[in-house]
Design a protein around this ligand. Structure first.
Ligand SMILES: N[C@@H](CCC(=O)N[C@@H](CS)C(=O)NCC(=O)O)C(=O)O
Length: 323
């Protein structure tokens, strides 16, 4: 596990000692946007027009942030337009690697690189920072468009609509404010909250993360007892951002990250809602439990030094959801 410093790979894990044992996620640095005509988006520069076959996604099937982008690629009919490479689930001293496996790791289809950090230095030879997935690559400009999943899903939501004919909108104008509000709480206490629990290195930091996490789950259980989806009858990006954390909750976060006050299946509405989203056509293909369970338990040796991968709880995601 490590990061790039001035373009050189350095094997260093997150240093929590400066922050009272708290895990603080760094900001993504590549923030350009694909737009229908190549004009600049809310950040970054112009020149990234939506075109079939031009862009490539680098993902880990284990990673909840990368998972969002795969879901939007699926939902928005982009599978024939945006190509994908999948990293190996074990993230060790070299970071993410392109070692293929029998469970979905593909190698690097574009450059046959050994390591994901090579993709970052290809875009910026002096890059300093973490080497994270997802990475959205532009084959034409030979650079990274974006490494921020929250923004990649917004691009996928609308930039390619005229190419695909798919106008399904998961970020509808009239719901921008309520979606942003619910995303903020879910990001802080749940999507990132599970990491804050798991990566904390003091009791105080863990306590500060774990109670708000379960308060949020209780709150969401209440919302979903009245609403079909988070914002009412309409499925939005907020649901998909929540889904990638929920699907990992019982197999990984409950045990490995010590989020163990309750399991997902102890919340009848959240559990049925997770199954409903899982059963939407194309979504189950984006969920790879082998990579999910393997990655966390095998990679984080500060949490699980013997790298023993536990057996999975028996969960039936295909059980009728009744919603
Ligand atoms: N803000 C980024 C976060 C991505 C992220 O942290 N990905 C994790 C995998 S789940 C990663 O690649 N971590 C490697 C590292 O931190 O060194 C996003 O949402 O795209």
């Amino acid at each position: 596990m490590g990061l790039l410093v001035d373009g050189t790979w350095t094997n260093k894990w997150y240093d929590t000692s400066a922050n009272g044992g708290k895990f603080i996620r760094s900001e993504s640095q590549f923030r350009n946007w694909i737009t229908p005509d190549g004009t600049a988006g809310p950040s970054g520069t112009d020149g990234f027009a939506a075109e079939s076959g031009r862009y490539h996604l680098y993902v880990s099937l284990a990673c909840p942030w990368a998972h969002r982008t795969l879901i939007f690629r699926q939902l928005k009919g982009l599978a024939d337009h945006v190509t994908v490479s999948v990293v190996h689930p074990d993230m060790l001293q070299d970071g993410w690697t392109f070692e293929p496996d029998d469970h979905g790791a593909t190698g690097d289809h574009l450059f046959d690189s050994a390591f994901a950090h090579e993709i970052y230095t290809r875009a910026d030879a002096a890059y300093s920072g973490r080497v994270t997935v997802p990475i959205l690559w532009d084959k034409q400009k030979n650079t990274i468009v974006s490494n921020e999943s929250a923004e990649i899903i917004r691009m996928f939501n609308s930039a390619f609509n005229t190419i695909t004919g798919n106008t399904q909108d998961y970020w509808p104008e009239e719901l921008h404010d309520p979606i942003a509000r619910i995303n903020d709480r879910i990001y802080d206490t749940l999507n990132n909250g599970v990491y804050k629990c798991g990566f904390s290195t003091t009791q105080t930091a863990y306590d500060a993360a774990v109670y708000p996490l379960f308060d949020t789950l209780e709150w969401l259980e209440g919302i979903l007892s009245e609403n079909r989806y988070l914002l009412g009858d309409r499925l939005t990006e907020a649901d998909w951002r929540l889904f990638t954390t929920l699907i990992r909750f019982d197999p990984v976060y409950h045990l490995h990250f010590k989020c163990n006050r309750k399991r997902l299946i102890d919340y009848p509405n959240l559990w049925a809602y997770t199954r409903e989203l899982y059963q939407i056509p194309g979504i189950s293909d984006t969920v790879n439990m082998n990579h999910i369970v393997r990655h966390y338990h095998y990679s984080h040796d500060t949490i699980n030094p013997h790298r023993i991968t536990p057996i999975n709880p028996l969960l039936d995601y295909w059980e009728p959801h009744g919603r």
